[in-house]
Design a protein around this ligand. Sequence first.
Ligand code: SF4
Length: 198
Amino acid sequence: MSFEWWDGFDSADKIVISAFLVQLTKWETVKNVILSMERKGLSSLEEIAKLDISSVEKMIKPVNFYRTKARRILNFARFAKDMGGLSNVLKLEKREVLLSQDGVGEETADSILLFAGHQLVFPNTDYSRRVITRVIGRELKRREVASFVKQNFNEDLYVYKVLHAGLGAVGKTFCLLTKPKCDRCFLKQVCEYNYRYS
Ligand code: SF4
């Protein structure tokens, strides 16, 4: 199973590291930091677990809140090592253990389970909630996104990954919180909001 849905990253480790780094940071900055870690041979959690905190801080300094994130990544790398490796952590049945790690909220846990662990779980995100709510013309709560997807789409890894990535892209590019750009959105033909308000 390919990892490369996550902007071309080719390993579960890089996806997990980027998920920690991206909080409140531009994606381009995160990508550059991961590429730099890769050049130094330090883009795996196994290698990171051997480092001290100041080395991790130095390595990820361009991202916002790098000190907090360095501590979280190092803790997570050591946790994964204690669990016998990342592949033992990225399982649906380990979701609660994942959620108990510092810096891992529900969206992060479910995103890495789906994209790095290839587990069939759909992350409840604000982007997905907003786009689906507007397309179907019915208010959806964030916690209801995954069950809506389960009821209305094939329970299939490929479908879940495409849908999550697609809804995120539409949410960021067109379906803005105020003044959505419906005239340029490729969902306009099927979107209730567009018919009602544009
Ligand atoms: S058509 Fe408009 S409201 Fe509907 S999903 Fe696209 S941007 Fe959002």
